[in-house]
Design a protein around this ligand. Structure first.
Ligand SMILES: Cc1ncc(C[n+]2csc(CCOP(=O)(O)OP(=O)(O)O)c2C)c(N)n1
Ligand SMILES: [Mg+2]
Length: 327
């Protein structure tokens, strides 16, 4: 049984992700955000349901489609928006941008632009937990496209060999940029791919936040109990193009409409209304609160300073060379 307060919290998170990304799209259009930006609209139930099953100090690692996971993990709207605006108040001081949100305080090891790049790092985080015996789980999110990358197979194999506490969460939205999964994947049932490494695989409806959470809680219990790695395939759909520059014309209109009918946000609202978890007035109140939060984040980002040129030389691993004029 998922507590009522948690249900409302999950709904709120999904709505916040949706509304903030709608605003991000506008800001992108106004030229306030630059570079690659990938929206998560449509897939909100996956990040929200899965992360809700974790402890506060479990590890999460992600792809470039990372705004939703960052917020679901507890990151702030202000720190997100300022990062996208390239401001020094951003979560990575304005130097990471949309694809590279990282938030050590919330055990969020960040986005990466490399498809499948999070998989070996997730295995490494799992190995660190096993080595330190710290009872942490690592949850790695990735797309269907990543499951055809060499590192994905190496990472799963490694995780199983060492029986690591890693949960691999595939967000199967059936496309990698403009390529239908049926064209790019010899075998499309991602949850069954885990069997090749002796790893249990589960499939969930990624448009249903309650189902995602329930299944993830079950799997988290097993993995934390020492069962070794697991894979969860969440079937879902992104409503926008692959990134801000993609009009997404390669998908059939009927297919898009079908998935829009499965939208996780109205679905959850309907469930909560039917069960008396919340009333219509409560839903409207949440909308208003979120609108305020989003506008506050935009204002904060807009008014924040850009990083100084000197900041280019901060947070780097290298030692400065004596000939460096900034040394
Ligand atoms: C190693 C690597 N190869 C290719 C690319 C180019 N690329 C960026 S996103 C993408 C598609 C990935 O699709 P999927 O894993 O399904 O994630 P989704 O975008 O659907 O969330 C590709 C091929 C890349 N970033 N990294
Ligand atoms: Mg995909």
């Amino acid at each position: 049984m998922i507590p009522v307060a948690d249900q409302v919290r999950m709904y709120r998170q999904m709505l916040l992700i949706r509304r903030i990304e709608e605003r991000i799209a506008e800001c992108y259009g106004e030229g306030k955000i630059g570079g690659f930006t990938h929206l998560y609209i449509g897939q909100e139930a996956v990040a929200v349901g899965a992360i809700a099953a974790l402890n506060r100090d479990d590890n999460v690692i992600d792809t470039y489609r990372d705004h939703g996971h960052f917020l679901a993990r507890g990151g702030s709207s202000r720190a997100l928006m300022a990062e996208l605006f390239g401001r020094e108040t951003g979560i990575c001081k304005g130097k990471g941008g949309s694809m590279h949100l990282a938030d050590a305080q919330h055990y969020f090891y960040g986005g990466t632009g490399i498809v499948g790049g999070s998989i070996p790092i997730a295995a490494g985080l799992g190995l660190a937990s096993a080595y330190r015996d710290d009872d942490r789980i690592t949850m790695a999110f990735f797309g269907d496209g990543a499951t055809n990358q060499g590192v994905w197979h190496e990472g799963l194999n490694f995780a199983k060999i060492w029986n690591l506490p890693v949960i691999f969460v595939c967000e199967n939205n059936f496309y990698g940029i403009g390529t239908d999964v049926r064209i790019s994947s010899a075998f499309q049932e991602v949850h069954k791919k885990a069997a090749g490494y002796g790893i249990p695989g589960y499939q969930v409806n990624g448009m249903d936040v309650m189902e995602v959470r329930r299944r993830c809680e079950e799997v988290v219990r097993l993995v934390r109990g020492g069962a070794g790695p697991a894979l969860i395939e969440a079937t879902c759909y992104r409503y926008q193009g692959h990134s801000m520059t993609d009009p997404g014309r390669y998908r059939a209109r009927a297919e898009e409409e079908l998935w829009r009918k499965r939208d996780p946000i109205p679905r959850m609202a309907k469930l909560m209304l039917a069960e008396g978890t919340i009333e219509e007035a409560g839903l409207q109140q949440l909308e208003r609160e979120i609108e305020e939060e989003v506008e506050d984040a935009v204002k904060f980002a807009d008014e924040s300073p850009e990083p100084s040129p000197e900041a280019l030389f901060e947070d780097m691993y290298h030692e400065r060379h004596p000939s460096d004029p900034h040394a």
